[in-house]
Ligand binder design. Sequence first.
Ligand code: 4NP
Length: 157
Amino acid sequence: MVKRILFVCLGNICRSPAAEGIFNQKIKERDSENFFVVDSAGTGSWHVGNLPDRRMRATALSRGIELTSRSRQIEENDLYEFDHILVMDKDNLDAVKSLIKDDMNPVNSKIKLILSYSKNSQLDEVPDPYYGGQDGFEKVLDLLNDAIDELIDNLID
Ligand code: 4NP
């Protein structure tokens, strides 16, 4: 059975496209591409249609990961379409959960902080790198790299 994975952040131009790129690279390395559908979205709409932030693209490319997705805003239907919705921070968590209607209770358990999968980090949120320096983008990739290894182990079991 194909598992459908959605990564979510605020703008869908930094953290969630990076998570999508890392996830895609890792399942390719494991010859497991056919078992997954992967996408990302933002809770906000400011950057809809745009490529990821050029700083995020350059930082990812320096690690061999090309980010080519276009920003889109999450919509209610995504709560049905995807099996796992992994968010970057607690604001994203609140925003995604605000899309849930009273009669959609089973949806709640699909939505998790991505760093809940991390074994090595004490952080529970992936910090927003948008207004910071280069180190913030590197940190995003380090945190996601670690958490996504665990996530895939979990999903492939
Ligand atoms: P992201 O980062 O949520 O990781 O894509 C941001 C991108 C844009 C903005 C904020 C965060 N913004 O304020 O435009």
